[in-house]
Design a protein around this ligand. Structure first.
Ligand SMILES: Cc1cc2nc3c(=O)[nH]c(=O)nc-3n(C[C@H](O)[C@H](O)[C@H](O)COP(=O)(O)OP(=O)(O)OC[C@H]3O[C@@H](n4cnc5c(N)ncnc54)[C@H](O)[C@@H]3O)c2cc1C
Length: 393
């Protein structure tokens, strides 16, 4: 039996649920089709189980896209304050961690419950464990053939997310649908992802796995100051995840191991204060001890400070502040937080997320070529783009 709705949403993640509740509140009969056994799995696992649900400092500059202007309209019309208002209405306690990042005090489950409660109040129907077998469109009506029957509506919202963490239900279905309806898909790649090292570069750091230090990573005109963590396979930590979205294999990637310091001035001062101290001990005051020792074993000649001439100190300072990181690749979609690239925004309206080619077809959330930085920006895009489409349905 075919069941008719006003709008069908494929994907019960952050964007899909926000879109469905918004349209439902406006009186639309909405169905959310989710192939996993529960909705919002990425919300549940996000922020270490506490969901970094927004960032109060969100601006369009915090996003990557072939068209950096595309995200502006939706972000301006649904702001972090709008989401915070809803969180507060539902009595969910939260706190700011750093740089405007808001996290639940207790659990991400509360965010999923809030979205489901809003959907239920707005009369939205949610079908979980429901796989889409075929999508057709004829005479302005979309028909979804699913394992739970056939559903039709004059509007179809693709909210299938990206490719990251396939174990959590990620598929390339959104891109497939995009192509089916004649939309271009820009090349996708893993973002907010640990970088891998290989050969001698990996061997030199491997046994320092677990060491963490503040750095500033820079690549292709972007820089991020935060912690770096040495892993068995390479490097991770917030500064590396952030810069990974700007890095392509072969790109020049530099680390400032003494961010905010003038390394030459520091070395010069220590030379005067502690002329007999060896470089590795001087560096161990500013860097993790094992890391400082490794630098002196492999890269810098270790000797008492008094024995360095100015040129040598300048060389060491330059290396400390412009360390070239030779990454071999990334850990890929298995661990990436997001997928860069996706549905080309040229084919979409920035105010409604509706296709310019196919009336009634919408793309929202991560499936679109808009990707945020680490720190709550990706959820803010999911809420804002979902809200924009929900208001237009
Ligand atoms: C480990 C991890 C932690 C993260 N932490 C944060 C954080 O703290 N803050 C932040 O802002 N961002 C975070 N992100 C990123 C954020 O989760 C995503 O950007 C966001 O969930 C995207 O929302 P979406 O609705 O577009 O996609 P998703 O939330 O991925 O939802 C897509 C939904 O579509 C479903 N689906 C896929 N294919 C089909 C199909 N064929 N049929 C039916 N349903 C389908 C999926 O099962 C899924 O439920 C994190 C990501 C990961 C992986």
């Amino acid at each position: 039996m075919t069941q008719a709705f006003d709008a069908l949403v494929i994907g019960g993640g952050a964007a899909g649920l926000m879109c469905a509740m918004t349209a439902g509140q406006r009186g639309q009969r909405v169905l959310v089709v989710e192939h996993a056994n529960r909705v919002g799995k990425k919300i549940l696992m996000s922020g270490g189980g506490r969901c970094n649900f927004t960032n109060t400092g969100t601006t369009p500059r915090n996003f990557l896209s072939a068209n950096p202007h595309f995200c502006k309209s939706a972000l301006a019309r649904y702001t972090p304050s709008d989401f915070i208002d809803m969180v507060e209405r539902h009595g969910i306690a939260y706190h700011e961690k750093e740089l405007g990042q808001l996290f639940c005090d207790v659990s991400s489950k509360l965010i999923v419950k809030m979205l489901l409660d809003e959907c239920a109040a707005a009369g939205v129907r949610v079908e979980t464990s429901c796989s889409v077998e075929r999508v057709d469109s004829r005479d302005g009506t979309f028909a979804l053939e699913t394992t739970h029957g056939t559903f039709t509506a004059p509007a179809l919202v693709v909210a299938c997310g990206g490719l990251s963490i396939p174990a959590m239900g990620a598929t390339g279905f959104g891109y497939q649908l995009s192509r089916q309806f004649g939309h271009a898909v820009l090349p996708t790649r893993a973002g907010l992802v640990p970088l891998t090292l290989s050969g001698k570069h990996q061997e030199r750091l491997q046994d320092l796995s677990g060491v963490s230090l503040p750095i500033e990573a820079s690549c292709n005109g972007q820089r991020f100051r935060n912690f770096m963590l040495v892993t068995h396979r390479g490097v991770s930590g917030p500064s590396i995840l952030q810069i990974s979205s700007y890095w392509h294999p072969g790109d020049d990637l530099r680390l400032d191991l003494l961010p905010g310091e003038d390394a030459f001035a520091l070395l010069r001062a220590r030379q005067l204060e502690r002329p007999s101290a060896e470089l590795k001990n001087v560096l161990a005051d500013a860097l993790p001890k094992r890391f400082a020792q490794r630098l002196c074993e492999l890269w810098f000649p270790n000797k008492p400070m008094r024995q360095y001439n100015e040129r040598e100190l300048r060389d060491i300072a330059t290396q400390l502040q412009q360390w070239p990181l030779i990454a071999s690749g990334t850990e890929g979609y298995r661990t990436a937080e997001v997928t860069l690239g996706g549905v080309d925004t040229d084919g979409l309206s920035s105010s409604t997320m509706q296709s310019r080619q196919v009336r009634g077809l919408y793309f929202i959330g991560e499936v679109v070529d808009v990707t945020g930085w680490l720190g709550g920006y990706n959820f803010q895009w999911a809420w804002a783009s979902g809200h924009a489409a929900g208001c237009a349905l």
